[in-house]
Design a protein around this ligand. Sequence first.
Ligand code: CA
Length: 405
Amino acid sequence: MDALDIVANLQHVIPYYQAIFSADEHRVIGYEVLGRYESEGSVFSLGPFFHDETIPEEFRLEVDETVTKKALDYFLSNGDDSTFIFLNRDANLLMLDRAESFLKLLFQYEEKGLSLERIVLEINEQHFKGDFNQLGHLLTYIRTYGIRVALDNIGEHSSNLERISLLDPDILKIDLRELRKTSTNYSYQDVLYSLSLLARKIGATLLYEDIEAAFQLQYAWRNGGRYYQGYYLAEPFPHLLSPDFLKERLRQECHHFIQQEKKKLQTLYNISEQFQLRITSLLMKYKKTANFNELITCLSTELGDACFRIYICDEDGFQQSANIFRQNNEWKLQPEYCMKNWSWRPYFLENIIRMRSRKRGILSDLYADIETGETIRTYSYPIDERHYLFIDLSYSYLFEHDAHY
Ligand code: CA
């Protein structure tokens, strides 16, 4: 499609609307407006046109404005007055006139009765070439009109966390296309996880987009996604949908996710309970050992099916024993670990306080072991008021007991 043909035939430029659904009500809460070109019965996406930087800016701005006007006319005319309207803008083009033309257009529609609080400005920050501080100031100014700001396409490339928090968006749109079922490497999931933590810290709502399969919707649900968008739910249409279009299906899928998650949490709880009983009775059995190294050596002979490392720390995280470490089916004491301090590790002191108050052991989340790189969990247990036992459970044990994901 030639860029000049598009600009010369604006009557063929039309908006499509892709519905966005909410997790809390399972309703359509908004639509992303997408540019399309209709020609001889076929409809083409204008995405490539908008992203092509060799096309003069004024062409792209004009086509963008045409799509936006037609969409806003449609929203005003069809009586829908509650859904969010997500409008895409290139950050570079927006900065050219400091959003003046964009805001002027919106003010015209505000006079016709459109509430600007319905507008969500979608910005793609990855290709932005200017000064991020200035873009941040501009977005803050735009927000004074009640317009929300969403950062688009987060996660597609490794996004810069500092930049995201500088722009302080209301919504983070996280792309799930890269999340594949067959992927055995967890690195993309880890990137998504850190983005979800960041969203929580800066108070941004998570919108997962490009959901194309049930497992991606489940991922979005499990990872703090309040809004969902993608072909699995609804493709872009030239018209709006009934707000309850997917309500029943989403309710059923969500029910299924809840059942699965509860089952998984119950499994972890059961494992933790089994260790609680097992360790309590082993400590009774070996209470006469002369020192901690002897104790962990005795424990290793009993726990070989489940773990590959055992050690003991005091309440400040100073290791009070050697490590006992299993390699090639042989247990070996590693005295060089004695008196190392582990208080800097995430959740370490928090877990000590929990164990001390509840007088019970704790099963950790999944994480990669620093030395072996293996995905593991640690079971920790309060021996007495001041000493804590740490048992690193092997991946094979977790896998066998369905506690590996
Ligand atoms: Ca977008």
